[in-house]
Design a protein around this ligand. Structure first.
Ligand SMILES: [Zn+2]
Length: 240
């Protein structure tokens, strides 16, 4: 997933998770059940080896200063290399990463929630059948109304107004039908690929530990303008 810098402001100066209450509570439950096994590593070592230069591929180096940042060493040997543009503040990185993790976790929880509703796919299939039947009924009614008009049982005005109504109904049905089909395809894809991951417990994560980073992040490619490309250790849920 690419996270351009202009998107970083989403969680500016705060690590508060923006998640619905029920999801928050669900995540807390999981968190409680697996607390106690967190091992701490020096905060400055957290990102060790995970950040790579998107230009030359080298592992980024962390500067030791008041406002730590990551840079590519190549800029020392190749002064005009694009690598020189990389100046990724640790604080910014943390903000962007936390937001992405929370987002991924939230999406996963939502997906699992949908699956919990038993046979969600069956429900959608039934809705699609209902929709098809409604369209058939609509067409039959249209024919009947035309017959009424042809045989003089209703006026031309009544016929036209009824025709308009039914055309609108049919349009709505068709739109709904299309929407349901998209949903069905999505559900079919998800049920085939749903991983039993406990990513959900990270929905409300507010601190990036080494353990967490290593578990979730394969690597982060940093390019000019500090654009991040996060390669996760898990299948991405994002559809963007
Ligand atoms: Zn580089």
């Amino acid at each position: 997933m690419k996270v351009p810098k202009e998107d970083w402001i989403v969680v500016k100066d705060t690590h508060e998770a923006v998640v619905p209450k029920d999801i928050f509570e669900e995540a807390q439950k999981v968190l409680r059940s697996c607390s106690g096994k967190t091992m701490r590593i020096k905060p400055s070592q957290r990102f060790r080896g995970l950040l790579k230069c998107g230009v030359c591929g080298k592992v980024l180096v962390r500067s030791v200063c008041k406002e730590p940042y990551f840079y590519c060493l190549t800029r020392r040997t190749v002064p005009d290399a694009l690598c020189g543009q990389i100046h990724l503040r640790e604080r910014d990185l943390e903000t962007a990463l936390l937001a992405s993790i929370q987002n991924q976790a939230r999406l996963l929880l939502e997906t699992e929630k949908e699956h919990e509703e038993e046979n969600f796919l069956d429900v959608v299939n039934k809705e699609i059948r209902d929709c098809q039947e409604a369209v058939s009924r609509c067409k039959a009614k249209q024919a009947a109304v035309f017959e009424d008009y042809a045989e003089g049982r209703i006026t031309r005005q009544e016929y036209l107004s009824s025709k308009r109504d039914m055309a609108r109904q049919q349009e709505e049905m068709t739109a709904m039908y299309t929407e349901l089909n998209v949903k069905r395809v999505k559900l079919q894809q998800m049920s085939g690929s749903l991983e039993k991951s406990d990513l959900g417990r990270y929905a409300c994560v507010s601190e990036l530990t080494r353990e967490l980073l290593v578990e979730l992040v394969k690597e982060i490619l940093v390019s000019g303008n500090d654009t991040l490309e996060i390669v996760w250790n898990f299948k991405e849920w994002m559809v963007d």
